[in-house]
Design a protein around this ligand. Structure first.
Ligand code: AMP
Ligand code: MG
Length: 391
């Protein structure tokens, strides 16, 4: 049995970048950027009014001003503002020559035909200066970083309409088990619904990869062999659940070997999920995740996701919070790193939810984080600070 850290290291050191492609920027949401993106403009591109009001010379205030023109957003000012003058200006419009201040329309009153008066005691310039946000040539977003809605705004603003993005790994998902029926069926005696595959489909999608559901595999060596060989041939990553423990019908590791999978580990000191299997072929990565839904969920989060990120040139950095635990926590064995579904309460305390073990996926639904309990830690006293990962 190897440690969690060692297992993660084995997985990550086997990763290889899968390459990149150009896509239309409107299709780039949640993809990983594969090149640095630079700005081809200053932002703002010119000094512009930050308010609707009157562009004038600060030194003329608070005297009455003559309004010499109206400048709408998108227009070029025609006149230069001289002593005692101002231009009516709209938010986003170009500041005319001669002006250094925009007085807000709310702080003025009419003082005659095309004449106004400043009514406040003081004002800020209310000008957004050229290049104060971004300079031409600045790096806007970095290679290896995910693309979120604000990056789509930036790509739009700098004319990056075809960003280079990492190729998305294609991830096969298979469930093994004669007891499984699909969610749209009512399970007969001895049967349960297949929940792992659909959970993994969602997890793979959320990780920015392409899930490829390949069905339920009956518990025979022949079926397992056919399924693994087809999945390896057609995908970058293969995820199987079930069939990795010590039961009479747990063939997954044996059949992986038959399919030239170089198994890199078969037991990890984590709870849940000890029997997790990981291997590689010349072109693919394959995981045999334990059959229980909580194990499958957590092992995806802690092992599969870091690999998927790295295949896309990104680094998975889980958010880890250090918060006080709200109750005493004890356990009888401490030979494994344990992940416990918990709730981070409104007053930022960590409280384990009612949890009966790795089949109890509903406990994960009712939790909002995973508490990690390190190896050799038997007891955590109420008030002690613990590490939690929001999920
Ligand atoms: P196994 O690792 O195949 O022995 O499965 C361990 C436990 O997980 C058994 O109780 C299975 O019925 C359950 N299980 C296996 N696959 C799934 C699945 N796809 N969805 C829900 N439960 C499963
Ligand atoms: Mg099974």
């Amino acid at each position: 049995m190897i440690s969690f850290e060692k297992a993660l290291d084995i997985i990550l050191s086997s990763a290889r970048y899968l390459g990149d492609e150009r896509v239309d920027f409107t299709d780039s949401l949640d993809r990983v950027l594969a090149e640095d993106v630079f700005s081809d403009v200053d932002m703002p591109p010119f000094d512009k009014a930050a308010m609707d009001g009157f562009a004038c010379r600060r030194e003329d205030l608070p005297a009455e001003l003559e309004v010499i023109e109206t400048i709408a957003a998108g227009q070029i000012p025609e006149k230069s503002v001289g002593p005692g003058q101002c231009a009516r200006i709209m938010t986003g419009a170009m500041i005319p020559e001669g002006a250094d201040t925009v007085i807000m329309v709310e702080q003025t009153e009419v003082a005659g035909t095309e004449r106004i008066r400043f009514t406040a005691a003081k004002t800020t310039p209310n000008i957004a200066y050229q290049a104060e946000d971004v300079k031409l040539g600045d790096v806007m977003w970095r290679k290896g970083q995910p693309i979120k809605p604000s990056h789509i705004a930036i790509f739009s603003a700098v004319g990056c309409t075809n960003p280079l993005v990492a190729i998305q790994p294609r991830v096969a998902i298979l469930s093994t088990g004669d007891e499984l029926v699909e969610p749209n069926e009512k399970p007969g005696p001895g049967k349960i619904r297949n929940s792992n595959a659909w959970q993994l489909m969602a997890q793979v999608t959320q990780a920015g990869c392409i899930p490829n559901y390949m069905g339920i595999v009956p518990d025979t060596k022949e079926d397992t062999d056919m399924a693994i060989s087809k999945a390896l041939a057609e995908n970058d990553v293969v995820l199987l659940t079930g069939g990795v423990s010590m039961g009479d019908f747990d063939f997954v590791p044996e059949i992986m070997r038959k399919n030239k999978v170089d198994i890199r580990f078969q037991k990890v000191a984590v709870k849940p999920g000890r029997p997790t299997v990981f291997g590689v072929t010349e072109k693919s990565w394959i995981f045999g995740l334990p059959g229980n839904p909580v194990s499958s969920f957590i092992n995806f989060e802690i092992f599969v996701k870091p690999l998927l990120y790295k295949l896309m040139g990104n680094e998975f950095k889980p958010v880890e919070l250090i918060l006080p635990i709200g109750v005493n926590f004890t356990r009888k064995k401490a030979d494994r790193l344990e992940w416990v579904p918990v709730e981070i309460t409104e007053n930022a305390e960590v409280v384990p939810v009612s949890y009966h073990g790795s089949a109890h996926i509903h406990a994960v639904c009712l939790s909002n984080a995973l508490l990690s309990v390190p190896v050799d830690k038997f007891e955590i006293a109420k008030g002690e600070f613990v590490n939690v990962r929001p999920i």
